[in-house]
Design a protein around this ligand. Sequence first.
Ligand code: HEC
Length: 124
Amino acid sequence: MQLSLKFKVLITLFILFSLYTAFVYTKATAGATFTMNDDAYKGKMLYQKFNCTACHQLYGLGGYLGPELTSAYTQKAQNDAYFSAILKNGTVRMPDFNLSDNEVKQVIEYLKYIDQTSKQIPAY
Ligand code: HEC
């Protein structure tokens, strides 16, 4: 039986698509692993407990009263003092959550982790 040219092209494209898909879902994302340390994980729990997302966005999702925090660490903080001052005292529009020094450290660690994931995927 003779296969038509159209059918051969279809089969070829399908095979190429499958190979490409397999590559994208395995090898291509292999370098994109970020690890969250213990403090960052506790910071994440605090972020959820105090519902920071009501006012802040991460990866574009969340409330709009406060600024987007995904890459805020790189863009605004440079060191921990700025975030620490805001988290300890609140501002006119942001409440003071009475976080302990250790909790402030953990939240900052979480925001640093998020910031890291917002950068270019590391080369592998
Ligand atoms: C009621 C809304 C609200 C909640 C809830 C809130 N924030 Fe904010 N936050 C703000 C606003 C508004 C600002 C901007 C400072 C200002 O204008 O007062 C801000 C500023 C910040 C900043 C400085 C960001 C920058 O780019 O300058 C950080 C960091 C931050 N908030 C973290 C948090 C964390 C962590 C939580 C949860 C524990 C939280 N916020 C909960 C409203 C909120």
